[in-house]
Design a protein around this ligand. Structure first.
Ligand code: COS
Length: 383
């Protein structure tokens, strides 16, 4: 549901203030501590950030996709680790349940997800099933009274904080590929479920990824999300939506970096003048501005189409591909414009340069986005 224009602009202004006044001053500390402070998480919950995409009937803000993207533009204007704290609740950790859950499943979990009391996580990737996500090996075999989960997931965002996992597992080992996979809602406290140590990463310190292991975890049939064999499609539809959100975050980060470049280029003097007066600097800034604007237009167009009920599988991949590659170029130019200062930690630019690298990889690599786009383009074209 869309907000009325005044409520929408008030909400976005509140988020902008929160980002500018509360989150930005903490960026270096969060990176150093590898943790977002608890009081900040509590403020994010109070602002409703954990539940922006959860329907109002379940206590969320029920934002439209367009509004969610506008919110992500704002949240992208600070270290992406902050958004990651609630990102799984807004996106991949909750949307399978929103789209495919029964009324009973929704009533049980969505209010807690919306308030942030329940943190969610999306467990699809495995050591042997990264881009080829239809190849999941984790099994969920029905033993007459429950599904028994056995196997392991890898690089699972927020696994160490999560209370509830959406797990894709193979219920039919005889069916290869996505068709044998089902989705399950698995509580963290299930017997036999264990979480690995957070991985040491290149960037986005404060956001964590871990292994999740299932050692004969018993899951009742009431925890299955959608029908047996539909888990791969659940995952794909969740990702279609998530890719738009990530694209919007990329755009927000690019805006932040452009803002930093404009400020720095205006202050920094070389050859007796501000470097902003040099055409080679101006050209880099103009390229960044143009590309960030193009990404913003793509994202909002795709989001509005999704809100209108169109299938945006291809457009979401176009937006994710373009925006994630775009922010990589913008971050690279930012390091160049800052020069030596871009390479040392104090200015924070090198941190963003590292932070944005994952955008081209998670929720589908650039290669997978190209594959999805091309397949959608060719549908119906081959005899
Ligand atoms: N929405 C609905 N259904 C979809 C879909 C989508 N976006 N994408 C695929 N499907 C369906 C197909 O229609 C097909 O259905 P049928 O069997 O009924 O014909 C089925 O799912 C299998 O699709 P497909 O043959 O395209 O599957 P592939 O194994 O070839 O793989 C890709 C598809 C590569 C696109 C998929 O595995 C993918 O997105 N991989 C990347 C995963 C990812 O983003 N991981 C990040 C981890 S989460 S942070």
């Amino acid at each position: 549901m869309a907000l009325d224009p005044e409520t929408r602009s008030q909400f976005l202004a509140t988020i902008r203030r929160f980002v500018d006044e509360r989150l930005r001053p903490l960026e270096a500390k969060v990176a150093e501590d590898d943790a977002v402070p608890d009081d900040v998480l509590a403020e994010m919950k109070a602002l409703g950030l954990y539940g922006v995409s959860i329907p109002e009937a379940y206590g969320g803000l029920g934002l439209s996709m367009e509004e969610e993207c506008l919110t992500a533009f704002e949240l992208g204007r600070c270290s992406p680790a902050f958004r990651s704290a609630f990102g799984t609740n807004v996106g991949i950790g909750s949307q399978g349940l929103v789209m495919f859950g029964t009324d009973e499943q929704k009533a049980r979990y969505l209010p807690g997800i919306a308030s942030g009391e329940i943190v969610t996580s999306f467990a699809l990737t495995e050591p042997e099933a990264g881009s080829d996500s239809g190849a999941v090996r984790t099994q969920a075999i029905w033993d007459g009274s429950a599904y028994v989960l056995k196997g392991g997931k890898r690089y699972i965002t927020n696994a160490n904080k999560a209370h509830l996992f959406t797990v894709m597992a193979r219920t039919n080992p005889d069916v290869k590929g996505g068709g044998g996979v089902s989705a399950f809602l698995v509580p963290r406290d299930s017997k036999g479920l264990s979480i690995g140590k957070p991985e040491k990463k290149m960037g986005q310190q404060g956001a964590h990824i871990c292994d999740v292991n299932f050692d004969d975890v018993r899951v009742g049939p009431e925890q299955r999300l959608g029908n047996e064999g539909e888990g791969f499609k659940v995952a794909m539809q969740v990702l279609d939506r998530g890719r738009l959100h990530i694209a919007a975050v990329c755009c927000g980060v690019a805006e932040r970096l452009i803002e930093e470049c404009v400020r720095y280029a205006g202050e920094r003097k070389q050859f007796g003048q501000a470097i902003a007066s040099f055409q080679m600097i101006q050209a880099q800034m103009a390229d960044s501005r143009t590309e960030a604007y193009a990404a913003r237009c793509m994202i909002l167009d795709a989001a509005k189409r999704r809100d209108a009920g169109e299938n945006v599988t291809m457009l979401a991949s176009c937006a994710k591909l373009f925006a994630s590659e775009m922010v990589g170029r913008v971050a690279d130019r930012a390091v160049q414009i800052f020069g030596g200062a871009g390479y040392v930690a104090d200015y924070g630019i090198e941190r963003f340069y590292r932070d944005v690298r994952i955008f081209r990889i998670y929720e589908g690599t650039s290669e997978i986005q190209r594959l999805v786009i091309a397949r959608e383009m060719m549908k119906g074209a081959q005899a």
